[in-house]
Ligand binder design. Structure first.
Ligand code: HEM
Length: 411
């Protein structure tokens, strides 16, 4: 392997996404990666992992699935990652991926998503009314997560009473999303929680599917997937169960954080909030800027199947590579004034929904939920106060805010 001056030892630039320093402020690490060390090898972790930061590098990996596979390399280690612990299509390559994604896509066409708009508007209305009524509320637990859990339970046709079970699972999930790549020693407690929750979810969805078969419904995406046929093919029950779990894993915390971060950005960039109040047509641009600067998933992982070179450094086949969306979205060679939140400039496409064959299937739904939250905010709220610092997750792979106290002042 060629080690260039740009490939320092982890001691020289040894960030770890589970460390307190990274969780407190990941941006200095991203800036250093972008400007000085476009490829970094971390080898104090259980398995070595490489990090890349630049926009073109991240895009190259996302598009070249034959070299950079979505299938895990070390399945023992990967079993610690809840999002990756079930056999679902986010972990597959074409052609298996193409078939399953094609089927799941049937539940995500715009006309299907649109049916959920009134539900989103109703939940947002209730949550914002509550927030305006009380002196102080929790932006995450009383507003954003209520909207997204309400949506995902509707989409999967889950009983309303099960909201709290879903919230409990998502808490375990967020701690374990790709966290294993940063562990320096095996973590039994983490492994046990992953096994427990994976089993609970599998049993739950197994029973839920049986229920839906006996009581056919037509108002949720899971029921659509159960009857969907594409080129004469259908999902098997196991495939529907794992797809349901994937939707829950992929769509819940990510969208909660988008909504929370959108509101935080309105506080952090007050002149942009004022602009938006004057011209609500800029809502979509404001959502895209939030996604760019605050990607809910800060990175993803690919397995290197053939030796691959970046900036004079070869990543040998058999290693994992972390693609930092958080850095790529601020790459100054692509984005002008990359650290500015600017809703009036047309920006190149950010990578927060990834790209290539695994481009986020739920992107239209996430955008729709964020739009509903933003519209409700503009219609009802004049001023937002954030009361103290957010409580962050202990997994820096995600931009996960667990709690943030706030106060709204109505119009
Ligand atoms: C702001 C919200 C969201 C963000 C930032 C986000 C981000 C992402 C990213 C980065 C990926 C690619 C992961 C990889 O290839 O390693 C992905 C894939 C995926 N997302 Fe999202 N997501 C969001 C919301 C949603 C929602 C609401 C759903 C559905 C309910 C969803 C379902 C999926 C699925 C099924 C995949 C796998 C696609 C495939 O493998 O072909 N996501 N998402």
């Amino acid at each position: 392997m060629i080690e260039s001056a740009n490939s320092p030892s982890p001691q020289a630039f040894g960030f770890n996404a589970l460390s307190d320093a990274f969780i407190k402020d990941p941006l200095p690490f991203m800036t250093k990666g972008l400007s000085e060390h476009p490829i970094v090898k971390h080898d104090v972790t259980l398995d070595p992992v490489y990090s890349i930061f630049r926009y073109e590098d991240v895009k190259r990996v996302l598009l070249d699935w034959e070299t950079f596979s979505s299938e895990p390399i070390n399945t023992d280690l990967d079993a610690l990652n809840l999002g990756r612990a079930t056999e679902n299509f986010i972990l597959m390559n074409p052609p298996r991926h193409t078939r399953l994604r094609g089927l799941a896509q049937q539940g995500f066409f715009p006309k299907v998503i649109k049916k959920f708009l009134p539900r989103a508007e109703q939940i947002a209305k209730e949550r914002f009314e509550y927030a305006l009524k009380v002196d102080e509320f929790d932006l995450v637990n009383d507003v954003s997560s209520q909207l997204t859990i309400g949506m995902i339970t509707g989409i999967l046709g889950l009983p309303a009473d099960d909201w709290s079970i879903v919230r409990d699972w998502t808490n375990t999930m967020q701690r374990n999303t790709m966290a294993s790549f940063w562990l320096t020693e095996w973590d039994d407690e983490r492994a046990d929680s992953v096994v427990r929750v994976t089993q609970e979810m599998a049993d739950y969805f197994h029973d839920h599917l049986k229920f839906l078969r006996k009581n056919p419904q037509d108002d949720n995406i899971l029921s659509t997937l159960m009857t969907t046929e594409l080129d004469g093919e259908r999902f098997s029950d196991e495939e529907i169960e794992s797809t349901a779990m994937l939707l829950l894993l992929a769509g819940n915390e990510t969208t909660t954080n988008l909504i929370t971060n959108f509101i935080r950005c309105m506080v952090r960039y007050p002149s942009q909030f004022e602009l938006l109040k004057k011209d609500p047509n800029l809502i979509d641009a404001a959502i895209e800027e939030t996604l760019r600067l605050e990607p809910s998933l800060r990175m993803t992982i690919r397995s290197v199947c053939k030796d691959a070179e970046f900036h004079g450094v070869t990543i040998p086949a058999g290693n994992s590579v972390a693609l930092w969306f958080l850095a790529a979205n601020r790459d100054p060679s692509v984005f002008e004034k990359p650290n500015n939140f600017d809703i009036t400039t047309k920006r190149p496409r950010h990578l927060s929904f990834a790209g290539g064959p695994h481009f986020c299937l739920g992107a239209p739904l996430a955008r729709m939920e964020a739009r509903v939250a933003a519209n409700t905010l503009l219609q009802r709220v004049n001023q937002i106060e954030l009361l103290g610092d957010p409580q962050m997750s202990d997994n820096g792979n995600l931009n996960n805010i667990l709690s943030l106290k706030a106060r709204f002042h109505g119009l």
